[in-house]
Design a protein around this ligand. Sequence first.
Ligand SMILES: NC(=O)c1ccc[n+]([C@@H]2O[C@H](COP(=O)([O-])OP(=O)(O)OC[C@H]3O[C@@H](n4cnc5c(N)ncnc54)[C@H](O)[C@@H]3O)[C@@H](O)[C@H]2O)c1
Length: 439
Amino acid sequence: MKISVFGLGYVGCVSAACLANEGHKVIGVDVSKTKVDMINKGRSPIVEEGIGALIKKVVREGGLTATSDVKSALLKTELSFVCVGTPSRPNGDLNYDMIQRACFDIGAALKGKKEKHVVVIRSTVLPGCVREVVIPALESRSGKKEGKGFFVCVNPEFLREGTSLKDYYDPPFILAGLDAKRNGSKELRAAYKNIKTEFIEASIEVSEMIKYTCNAFHALKIVFANEIGSLCKSICADSHEVMGIFCKDTKLNISKRYLSPGFAFGGSCLPKDLRAMTYKAKKEDLEIPLLGSLLPSNNAHFNKALEFILSLGKKKIGVLGLSFKEGTDDLRESPNVRLVENLIGKGLEVSIYDKNVSLAKLFGANKEFIEKQIPHISKLMKSSPEKVIQNCEVIVIGNKSLGKDAVVKHAKKGQIVFDLVRLFDKPGALKAKYHGLCW
Ligand SMILES: NC(=O)c1ccc[n+]([C@@H]2O[C@H](COP(=O)([O-])OP(=O)(O)OC[C@H]3O[C@@H](n4cnc5c(N)ncnc54)[C@H](O)[C@@H]3O)[C@@H](O)[C@H]2O)c1
């Protein structure tokens, strides 16, 4: 393929050199004459293992050239990767000046181009940037409409400085953020045809969000390990041994578990253990802001759900699922119990169904807890889901124990289903109006 790469920094240099090495004819474009000259002399403008030799090779073979002339690069290529910088502003927002400038220049060059062209945003941009900044800039200067004459895709870069060549050839996946008609998919697949990994197609917004989700999680992991390390040091435990054993649990720890957005956590362990850890840190004069922020964050998430229900202005609320998760009758620190207490405190009429708790009420180990600790809630429980669903205005799904069928069967038009746990992936089958907490 004939490919132009805009921005010859860390991402652009590696992408341009690797694409050329894969047999594509690549033109690098940068506003920096120094970088353009260096590339044309076969020298790397960045320090990165292996990049010097690779640039020397692909330039010598004629696979990579560089220029500051946007128009000629655009006219000679069919696909452009935009890899310009997106630095922070002092307030934390992203500075899109470079990406906008590059898109204005590309747009102006597209004006005179008859053939189809694909513009791929490889820089890291916040969700919304492609639709709010990139496409308007390209359309305003080209006089063309995205989807007609040119197409825009998002293809975030996941390489790490220091190992970027290896990362290029062995990425976790290649992500293509595409418009509804999947324009550009064919060209992107062709650009990466030799990379053996999963090629994932998603919407533009999902693709923009993925990069931030990954980086936030990486930062979270580092801070988590460091805070655990500080606690370990204070009690003379070897932090590497602790984390080494922790990482051996690939069922709950290093796994997909607990990574689905849903309702607040609760139960008899997580809140208690976090309180104990943060108390221990306080006693040791240790700062563990991440671990200390978990209960407040959980609380904020709980409040979001409560405020939404109250904002509906309805009187009769049916709660399906009272325990903190499906498959248990344990009500200790269940956010659903707290939710019900708040709703009745606000004068709303609440009815509840939870199969496991109903059984516990009769003979389980929780019978005493229910009778002594939450008699006010126990008396709101009904013997069947129909009795709850048919007599309320808002149906709150608090855990997944009931399943979808009863809700689909009994919920009716005019009711609102508020799904805290994403029981419904596709709420299409529901007659009631659907809201998800983390949709
Ligand atoms: N560095 C990384 O490890 C890494 C990894 C993944 C994603 N990213 C993201 O990729 C993007 C680029 O990062 P980087 O580290 O390569 O940046 P960089 O600052 O090293 O390089 C950016 C290049 O863009 C050039 N440029 C600026 N405006 C231009 C224009 N209008 N036309 C052509 N060239 C222009 C600059 O001269 C510079 O050479 C950023 O959004 C960054 O967040 C970086």
